[in-house]
Structure formats: C-alpha cells, structure tokens
Design a protein around this ligand. Sequence first.
Ligand code: COA
Length: 642
Amino acid sequence: MTVTVQTLGRVAIVTIDNPPVNAASQAVRAGLVDAVAQTEADATIDAVVLTCAGRTFVAGADVREFDLPPVAPHLPDVIAAIEAASKPWIAALHGSALGGGLELAMGCHHRIAEASARMGLPEVTLGLVPGAGGTVRLPRLVGAELALTMIAGGKPISAQEALDAGLIDAIAQGDLVQKACDLAAAGVDLRPTLVKLVIGKSDATRFDRIASDMRRKARGQVSVPAAIDALERGLTLPATEALAAERATFLSLKTSEQARALRHIFFAERAALSDPRTKATPRPIARIGVIGGGTMGAGIASLCLMRGLTVTLIERDASSLDAGSARVRSTLESSAKRGLLVDLDATFARFDAATDDSALADVDLVIEAVFEEMEVKKQVFRRLDAVTRPDAILATNTSYLDVTEIAAGLRDPSRAIGLHFFSPAHIMKLLEIVLPASVADDVVATAARLSKTLGKIGVFSGVCDGFIGNRIMSAYRTEADRLLIDGASPEQVDAAMRDYGFPMGVFEMQDLAGLDIAWAMRKRRLAQGLSGEGDIRIADRLCEQGRFGRKTDAGWYDFTDGKATPSDAVTAIIVEERQAMGVADAVFETKDVMTRILGAMVQEAEAVLAEGIASSAADIDVVMVNGYGFPRWKGGPLFTVR
Ligand code: COA
C-alpha cells in the first residue's frame, strides 16, 4: 500500500511510502483521498499526523507523469480535502519537502520538521509554476518577499529559516513522528492556511526591484516571469481566483517545449553515470594529492577540502607553493563568507603543502593540474608512479590531451583516468570523466562516486582531442569566425547568442577569458601536430596587436571603464581577412546566426556520438548545459534539434 493509516490512541498516522522520493503519484493522491475519508468517518480519531517512510517527505509531483494526461484525483483537490477536514492534520517533515510536497504540507493545519529538513518550491527549475496552491498559500505563511525568492528563484530553505519565517510551527528534537503525535494529542487548532489574510508586500519597492531583476536574469526562460505573475495574483486576487489561474498556468506550461527540455535535462543528469562499470566496488577515497597550485590546481584542492577530503598540494618550489596555498586559503575564505563553508579553520586544517613528492606516499588519489603539454604530463605521471601506493588512482585534469597516452607510461596504466574540471572548480557543476581504454572498472566506479562526493554532475567521455565539450566548443568557435568572414559583426553574433539564452556571446566570452590563452593554445597545438582551430586568422591578428580582451582594454571590443563598445580596428581586420579570402561584402542576417552556430554544434555532437566518445545524446546535452552555458531550458544542442 502506498498510503497507510495506523492509529495511536486518538491520533491517526497517515504514512506515504512511495520510494525513492515519495513523489505524489496518482496512487499517493488516491491513497490520501481515502485517508481523509477514513479519518473523517472515524469518531475515535481527533487528529491526523501526515508522514513519509524512507529518506524524505514528498519531494514533489511525480515528474514522470508530466508527459501523460493528468489522472484524478488531482493534487489541488487532495490538498483542498485535507484543508477542509474537520480534524487537524499535522505534517511531519523530514528530508526534502519540495514542490507538491510542500504544497501538501501547507494544506495541513500545522507543520513540524526535523532540523535537517529542507523546504522549497523548485517548479520554475522544471519550467513550471507551482500547480497546487503554492503561490497562494506560501505568501500567506511567509510573506511576499520570501515567497518571491522561493517561488520565482526556486530556492529551498532550511528548517530554521522556515521556522523563523512562519512556514513551520516547530522543529522536532528527537523522534519526529512521536513529537507530531504528542502535539496532536495535546490538541491543536484547525487552522487552514487559505483563510489567513494575505500579508502583502511589506516593502513594495524592494519586491518590485527583486522581481524585475529576476525577470531580466531569466533570459527567456518563461517559467520565471510566469511564477512572478502567479505570485502577484496570489497576493492580490481572492484565493479561489488565484488558485484557478495558477492551475491553468501550470497545466499550460507542463506541456511546453521549455518544460519538456528541463525535464529531459533533469533525468539526463541523473542517468549520466549509469555505465555498467560503475557497479564495481569503488576504492576508498579520503586523501587527495593535487599537483600544481595554479588557478585550476588550487580550485580543485579547495573543492576537495570543502567536501571533507584531506588534501596535499605539491608545487615545484617554495614560492610557487606559497602562492598556491594562498589561493586555496583565499577561495576557502570567500566561500566561508558566502555561507558555503561552515568551519574555515577545521577545513584548512585538512590542507597540507609540500615540494617533495614523498608527501604523496599514502594518498588515495592524485589529480595533476600542471602545464597542458604531453611531455610535462607524462613526466609527472612517471614521478607519481614512483612515489604513490600501487592502488592509488592517478588522474589528469587535461582538457584535450590523449589520456591513454599519458596512462601508457605507468607500470599499471589501469589506475589512470582523466578528471576534467571546469574553472572555477569549486563552482562549475560539470566534471568530464575521461576513460582511457586501459582504465580498470573499479577506477571508473571510484571516479563516479567521487563526482557525487564533490557535488558535481559527472559525465563519462571517451578519449579524443578535447573530449565531448571542447570538441563541440571548438566547432562552434570556428563557425563563429566563419560568420565574421561571411559578413556578421562580433556584436551581431554575441547579441543573437544572448537572445537565444546564452549568458554571453562567444566573442564576449573570449574577451573575458583572455584571447592570449586560446592563442597560446593554438600555437602549441600546431607545434604538437594537432589541428589548429580552423583557417581563419582574425583572432591571431587581434593577439598580434596585443588585443587580449578585457585585461588589455581591447579585444573583440574596445573597453572604456570596463564598458564594451564595437571596435573600428577589429572591423578593419575582419574586412581585410574577408577580402583576403575572396568573400564579397554581404549583409548578414541576424536570424541566420543561431541557425549556423547550432548547426555547427549539432554536427560535431553527432560526430562525437557516432565515434562513441559520448555514450548517449543526453550526455552531450548535459555537458553543454552544465559546462558551456548552453541554455538549460532549451535542453542542450541535440534535444533542440531532435
Ligand atoms: N518525480 C519522479 N522521480 C523523481 C522525482 C520526482 N519529483 N524526484 C526525484 N526522482 C527520482 C530521480 O529521477 C532518481 O531516480 P533514479 O534513481 O531512477 O535515477 C531518484 O528519484 C532519486 O533522485 P536523486 O535526485 O538522484 O536523489 P537525491 O537524494 O540526490 O535528491 C531530491 C533527492 C528530492 C532532492 C531530488 O531528487 C530533487 O530535487 N527532486 C526534484 C524535486 C522537484 O523538483 N520537485 C518539484 C516537482 S514539480
């Protein structure tokens, strides 16, 4: 039975048991309707406790049902029945009370939660608005401002924040269900949330400013403005009208292209590490060695520390070591300031730095983040082969080199793997786990588990020049240069990409990252006999003139006080290159920009798939969305075209 009713004295305990996350599926909803009828009819019952078995309270509607026509009873009706009951219902919350789960709890008359519980309305992140009263009941409990960040921002809050805001009535110390039953036995009021008066905006100017900020940052994701509008109705209209309008918006968004895309990414992220090799028993990982304390190495070290691991950083001399350690310290400090880290001193106490490889004698895993050159990487791996335990895993953070070749220098190549982090490593979600042919199954399983420990979205990639993400990026950068030759301007391309939903355009991005880095890489790759990036020389010529981007106040754009303006010098170079390639001047239509950019991405993505570098189209979408700024609500390049 998905929903059961037990009695304890004059209290009924209604338990939902629908693993893994107690989603409010049709069976759960039907079970709850029966439970209401049963407890209403039973004169020996005075109050009802609603709880969930397993690891969490109801974590939301059943997302898998969203592609099917809705089947009664519908969640709003279930919640209305509970709210209208003649006996008080007390929701006992543990784990995550999200979406429909929180709406269900708000339909109850009281709420008590474990201290570790989280509550939220994350529907916007799935392209939706709450559909069962969230925008009408939440502001009645917590006020307009917090409701705005929870509903339109999709951000969950902690039990303590929920208690402070009035969303829950108590935090349970000790046994949650027992505490809820004690409360029920002591007698609680029938207190339906909907009859409360809506509190309104305590500071309308501030509310409107945050709301307009959210609308702007949504960059075309329709669920965000729709959620703000729904909340505005919840704040101003009579409850029944606001509820009906909220439901209508929810139902129309549910079948929208954006919601389908966001569901695709939601499930794709969870399916990404399902390779059969992950069934092997992972090796224990507690102590990590990091080689190289530059931006990437220090970022990886900080991330590992923040996630509870012990880290030894290796640099070649004392001054580089000091610089690397200072980078780690400063990342941890700023993370502590942003509330991402509880105990700075205890975290830093797990950090150690050395110039001597022998400090790695007992680590479980080493990640090297040294200079991106094959010979340098091979040399590091040979050094590690000599000093580490034979069962220690050796990982390279290369972003394009052949991991099989790096591994081949080891006595036991099966312990080598690629872990491609994205900068800043403690922020960016994606981790490409690059699997050389020689890798052992339990090393694959360990990397998959490590990715979860580090809070990353991991995707497996085969070995090729650039792996999944950089292969596709390189193809679209080449296409962007070709657009310039064909008559587009950098600002036209960037504007079209921003309109599509990218956080910035390809040229703005290069100005931010520094054109010199990609230039040095192109030269290195050519020297190594790897393909350069296309045959278009515009970026090289910008670099030859010292136009490295924002840091030199000149790149694809001119910069005055940090503000970008189109550059005549760049236009002149483009025109010269266009003429040198024999292309006639032409007017480039903005509507063609994204068609061409997406076309190039998709073509390369299909090749990556055909070569077996990615094991599924969904993996490619996950990589582009989490590592390269592809708008999540478009579902990734392959979802977009399929
Ligand atoms: N509907 C259907 N399935 C769901 C689900 C939902 N609302 N939420 C999670 N699942 C499934 C996942 O797909 C996964 O299935 P799998 O094991 O077959 O891959 C499983 O439940 C576990 O989820 P996972 O995210 O891996 O577990 P977690 O412990 O890391 O996180 C949650 C748990 C609840 C925090 C997280 O799953 C979550 O945020 N879910 C979505 C909540 C939401 O957006 N609700 C609003 C819906 S409108």
